[in-house]
Design a protein around this ligand. Structure first.
Ligand SMILES: [Zn+2]
Length: 139
């Protein structure tokens, strides 16, 4: 990419006059990004947003090439943290589903706990089950 359309001196001078990258670009018939790249390459600080130019304030850099990630809300994050520490959530399938089914059918908690211990070698306390239910670890 050629940036020879303008010199460091020219850009420095225009920036010194309070011109933004967009305005400098327009001055030389270039797009804002060209000026921005040139300016950064040569370590010329940007002109601050001044007066009527305030609306041209530097936008957030859009050069981030990483793909958009699914945003995790704080609530989701906290829930994931709680679930990671929850022994009930950590029961492996299909046993976990069987626990949910058993609860739906109205089996007693103590029976579920005993069954998990006896048949699946999983130790769950009543407190674990209660916390799991109270904190709405769904599904
Ligand atoms: Zn849980």
């Amino acid at each position: 990419m050629s940036t020879s359309a303008f010199t460091v001196e020219q850009v420095t001078e225009l920036v010194g006059q309070g011109m933004t990258d967009a305005e400098i670009g327009a001055h030389f018939g270039k797009i804002r990004q060209t000026v921005q790249t040139f300016r950064k390459k040569h370590g010329i600080p940007p002109a601050g947003p001044v007066g009527r130019n305030a609306r041209w304030a530097e936008p957030a850099p859009q050069t981030d090439s990483s793909p958009p990630r699914k945003l995790t809300s704080l609530d989701e994050f906290l829930m994931q943290k709680k679930r990671a520490a929850c022994p009930v959530c950590n029961i492996k399938e299909p046993v976990r589903t069987m626990v949910l089914e058993a609860k739906k059918k109205g089996h007693r908690q103590s029976d579920i706990i005993e069954w998990l211990q006896a048949c699946h070698r999983i130790t769950i306390t009543p407190q674990d089950l209660t916390a799991h239910a109270n904190q709405r670890h769904l599904p």
